[in-house]
Each structure stands twice: as structure tokens, then as C-alpha cells.
Design a protein. Structure first.
Length: 386
């Protein structure tokens, strides 16, 4: 008699993944949690925490060990993002952008020389940014106007980038510019820009509603001289790098929003057990129980979509539709669950003395960045009808 191989449920982790998750969870609760409110009020991420992220290997999870990374999986990167976001979504997005966008792009598209030069830095001490968006290029990502003009063995890059995550802390930037505006998206090229290059400036830091400790800045490029050796991939193929990495990045946002929702649910359960009205804990009232049940169900469906998309990606299978679904649904769930958590806390939930107020503010961005909810639904529909 042959025995069928055991099928692992989506949310059941391997022993290694379980240990990895527990380590990140302990770190987030012990080291990150005490600093969340202070960082949110200041709108600034603690540099010592960023150093700890590198020391723990959180900034180079999929980078091969030969370059100083963890040699881990995409799923592990999402586990880290989820656990950190459950405590502070601002911290979650810092880890998210580094791993799912920048590191993935470099690992996949860089030359051997570029990998030797960049990956050890990305794994150990250099925060990076992904600079695609502009004032007129948001959902229409390829309407960018940043221009790169050939000049001998270099390119002179000029333009402005907006809404760039990690820009304040970064030392390295993947900047998308067009070498030929007449060619449309086929002129877009990805350039590796160093912070200390003449003509490059990190501009105004946005004062945001949520994820305030995660920096979002303008980048100003004034004839920045970038060597041809710093072109990532091929000239004119930047659009492909953007499309492929953003598909993975959307799963990362799904993990971030799932973690946020889980954090809000955890706080709501604890408070419902502790808060007493009419002589008993409010958790004993059926209305509260129904709210908690709906919240838990929504969080679980979000996690299932995210883990499914991640496992598809790790197995080399198509995941475009699943990534869009994960991003769309998780952002809905994060906003809804955080809102219900505030209501369960009542009046104190509306104050900064309790963490759910911050999670509610942090949740709103999930439906906007790395592809709005409307764009995700259009992607899903296109896949259904193709």
C-alpha cells in the first residue's frame, strides 16, 4: 500500500518557518513595541532599530548566503513583514520595500558584478528605495517624465520622484527614467543611483496620516551622472523590472495589511476580556462576540490569500491574479478590522493612549500604494476575461 504524501495547509508552517516566525515575533514585541508611539509622534524611524533589522537579517531575507543574506524564501519575507506589521506597520513597510522590491529586482536582473557590489550592502547595512512614482505617474506608472540622456560612458538623469518609501534612510535608489520618451514604456530604464552622487538630493519628507515613521520623500535629480555600469537589466527594459517586482510587492503589502489587521484583532480581544460594563466583561456580550468573529474570519481569509500567492511565487507558478486578490482584499480587511477594533475600545480607542487609533490611521494607505484597489480589481478582471 502506498502512502499519499501529507499535504500541508496554507497557514501551517515548516519547523524552520515556525522558528523564524517566533524569533521575529519575540523581537517585534520586545524591541519594537516600546518605540512605536514615539516614532509615530516624531514621524521618524529609530536608527538603532534599523541597525537591529540588519543584524537580524531582516533586510536580506532572500539574498543568497554567498552575498551575506539569509538565503531564505519569499514566504519567509512575508512572515517577517506580517509579524512586524502586527506591532508597527511603519516598520513592516521598511522591511517590505527592501525585500520584495529592491532585493528581488537586484537578485533577478543584476549582472554578476553588480550583485557582488550591491547585495552584500543590501543584506548588511544599506537601506534602499524604489523610485518609480512621479507627480503625473501614479496608477499610470509609465507616464513618467524623468529623463536619462547618454553622455559618453554615462547617463545624465534629470527629474523628480514623489512618494518614495525609505528615501530618508536610504543610501541606494533604483530610479526609473526614460531614455527615449517617443518610445513610450519601451524607453524606460532602471538606474542604480547612489545617495552621494552629485546632483542627487532627497527632498521634502511628507507629513502623513499613517505609517508616519516610514519615510516618504521627494527625490530631486539634476543631471545626476550615472555610469552605464549602473543600469539594472537592459536599456529600455525597465518597465519589465517594474511590472514583475511590483507584482511581488503587492503580496508584500498583503502581508503588511494582514499583520496590521491581526494586531488590531489581538488588541480588541484583550481589551474585550478586560473591559467591564454592567458588571461583566464586554466579551460576554453577544454583539462583541459577533464583531470579534467577523474580524477573525476576515483576517484568516486575508492570510490565506497572501500565503497562497506567496507559495505560488516560491513554486515558480503564475501568481499575478492571486497577488492582486491578496493586495485588494487584505487592504479592505485591514481598514475594516482596525475600525471595528476602535469601536470595541469605545472612547479610549479614539485616543492616542491606546494602539488601535494608530493602526486605524496606518490601514488607509493599504488601498492606495503599490496599486490602488481599483487597479487591483481591473487586473483581476483582465485575468478572468483573458
Amino acid at each position: 500500500m502506498t502512502t499519499e504524501p501529507a499535504v500541508r495547509p496554507l497557514t501551517v508552517l515548516s519547523d524552520d518557518d515556525q522558528l523564524f516566525r517566533d524569533t521575529i515575533r519575540q523581537f517585534a514585541r520586545k524591541e519594537l513595541a516600546p518605540k512605536v508611539r514615539e516614532m509615530d509622534d516624531a514621524g521618524l524611524f529609530d536608527k538603532r532599530l534599523l541597525t537591529q533589522f540588519f543584524e537580524l537579517g531582516l533586510m536580506g531575507i532572500e539574498i543568497p548566503e554567498e552575498y551575506g543574506g539569509q538565503g531564505g524564501t519569499f514566504l519567509q519575507a512575508l512572515i517577517a513583514i506580517e509579524e512586524i506589521a502586527a506591532v508597527d506597520p511603519s516598520a513592516g513597510v521598511i522591511v517590505d520595500v527592501q525585500n520584495t522590491l529592491v532585493n528581488n529586482a537586484v537578485v533577478r536582473w543584476a549582472t554578476p558584478e553588480q550583485k557582488r557590489r550591491l547585495l552584500p550592502r543590501l543584506a548588511t547595512d544599506t537601506t534602499a528605495s524604489y523610485a518609480l512614482s512621479e507627480a503625473g505617474a501614479g496608477s499610470d506608472a509609465f507616464a513618467l517624465t524623468t529623463r536619462a540622456v547618454a553622455d559618453g560612458d554615462d547617463y545624465l538623469v534629470t527629474g523628480r520622484k514623489l512618494w518614495i518609501t525609505n528615501a530618508y534612510e536610504a543610501g541606494l535608489y533604483l530610479v526609473f527614467a526614460t531614455v527615449n520618451p517617443e518610445a513610450g514604456y519601451k524607453g524606460i530604464t532602471c538606474f542604480i543611483v547612489e545617495r552621494n552622487m552629485p546632483g542627487f538630493t532627497v527632498g521634502r519628507k511628507e507629513d502623513k496620516l499613517g505609517i508616519r515613521a516610514s519615510s516618504t520623500c521627494e527625490l530631486i535629480l539634476d543631471s545626476v551622472r550615472v555610469p552605464r555600469a549602473n543600469i539594472l537589466g537592459e536599456i529600455g527594459k525597465g518597465y519589465r523590472i517594474a511590472i514583475e517586482t511590483l507584482n511581488e510587492g503587492r503580496i508584500g503589502i498583503g502581508a503588511q495589511m494582514t499583520g496590521l489587521a491581526q494586531g488590531a484583532l489581538t488588541h480588541a480581544i484583550a481589551y474585550a476580556k478586560q473591559r467591564k460594563q454592567f458588571g461583566k466583561a464586554i466579551a460576554e456580550f453577544q454583539a462583541i462576540q459577533l464583531d470579534l468573529a467577523r474580524m477573525a474570519t476576515d483576517v484568516e481569509t486575508s492570510r490565506l490569500l497572501v500565503y497562497n500567492a506567496a507559495r505560488l511565487r516560491d513554486s515558480g507558478r503564475p501568481f499575478l491574479q492571486e497577488a492582486a486578490m491578496a493586495k485588494y482584499w487584505s487592504s479592505q480587511v485591514a481598514e475594516t478590522v482596525a475600525s471595528r477594533a476602535v469601536e470595541i475600545f469605545g472612547g479610549v480607542g479614539f485616543t492616542k493612549d491606546y494602539p488601535v487609533e494608530k493602526l486605524y490611521r496606518d490601514a488607509k494607505i493599504g488601498r492606495i500604494y503599490e496599486g490602488t484597489s481599483n487597479m487591483q480589481m481591473l487586473t483581476i478582471a483582465k485575468q478572468l476575461l483573458s
